[in-house]
Design a protein around this ligand. Sequence first.
Ligand SMILES: CC(C)(COP(=O)(O)OP(=O)(O)OC[C@H]1O[C@@H](n2cnc3c(N)ncnc32)[C@H](O)[C@@H]1OP(=O)(O)O)[C@@H](O)C(=O)NCCC(=O)NCCS
Length: 157
Amino acid sequence: MAKVHLRKVTVDNFQECVSLELNENQKKFVAPNIRSLAQAYVNPNLFPLAVYDASVLGHEKPQSPMVGFIMYEIIGGVGFILRLMIDSKYQQQGYGKAAMLEVIRRLKLYPEVELIATGHDPYNQIASKLYRNIGFVDWDIEFPENPEPQVFLKLDS
Ligand SMILES: CC(C)(COP(=O)(O)OP(=O)(O)OC[C@H]1O[C@@H](n2cnc3c(N)ncnc32)[C@H](O)[C@@H]1OP(=O)(O)O)[C@@H](O)C(=O)NCCC(=O)NCCS
């Protein structure tokens, strides 16, 4: 099974992070990384992280390219995973699932996080399958301030 190492986005890996690419038909499912990083700059509840293969762990300078990006938010007692993308070159190798599992591990360490949740576009079948396979179930909640139709899921634990 693939393993990941998550690292902060800094001046050293910013360019690589905003250059990660998706297939044309996937772009509608997630905000561009540059937008997520801008949101995190003004919102201290957001935690953006670069995804690397676990072989990078312990190296001051990553020895292999960044494979993706993930961002969570801690708000209202919920740890909400709101962005996940794996560069199209590195998809279907287990990195998406491994990144979710690593963020869930981290969220469980926050005393204030009472629920772990996520969401996806109703047409995003790959995300739906991935999230449900790792234990997410429907979360019956509405966020009137969110204009996009979204399926909300919570971790059933
Ligand atoms: C969703 C996404 C992050 C998955 O990343 P990934 O690294 O390819 O996923 P994994 O390799 O960990 O695979 C997870 C599961 O999805 C399945 N999967 C991934 N890509 C698939 C594809 N193109 N077609 C069919 N199944 C696919 C895998 O087979 C795997 O299923 P399994 O657990 O039953 O084996 C990636 O497709 C992506 O970046 N998509 C565009 C952005 C997006 O939709 N983000 C989610 C926003 S909510």
